[in-house]
Design a protein around this ligand. Sequence first.
Ligand code: SF4
Length: 227
Amino acid sequence: MQITEIYKSLQGESTFAGLPCVFVRLTGCNLRCAWCDSEYTFTGGRRMASDDIFREVVRLSPEGGLVEITGGEPLLQEREVVPFMQRLLGAGYTVLIETSGERPLVHVPESVVKIVDVKCPHSGEADTFDLQNLQALLPRDEVKFVISDRTDYEFARDFVTRHGLANKVNAVLFSPAFRKDANGTRDASHCLIDPQDLAEWMLADGVPARLGLQMHKFIWDPAMKGV
Ligand code: SF4
């Protein structure tokens, strides 16, 4: 697989937020979200054999625990990443995959937790989510919306309602978008939308979702990579 980085940190998002996690970040993405903080994954990386990646995961987390397969868009390397996730599951790891849902999800092993990042209008990549993937969502999965303004919020709220997402998956997550040039201070001033506004809209509308802040951007400098 083409790999940008492998590292251990705290999981910053999802219902697993705050837990130690090994991140396997694959190179390459077919989208170009306006607020992307992972542009360094678009090119480069290094070719690594599955055995070497597995050894590195075990070295970083010999005790087991969480492994997140992310990118970029990891399912661009589906042919190799699917057997790799099966191997991790077989070794007792809890495996998460973060994907945009633009690629088919049907081949992701059922025991893997899919964290699907449905793109909102101001990402610049709206309507890239493949609606057929709604059939592949399982009760352990999570669906995330990164929100930068009221239009994005209304899109997310209506998508959740229209597709009954709250009854389909373990969690629906609404997360304020971060400025991609954020650095220095570790506070909400870098969010493109004030988390307080988002929280109040969610409460007013009774949205069956949880507000998620990208925890790692409040712990470390938001410009830091590998955390
Ligand atoms: S899908 Fe993820 S990695 Fe790709 S451009 Fe969007 S935010 Fe960046």
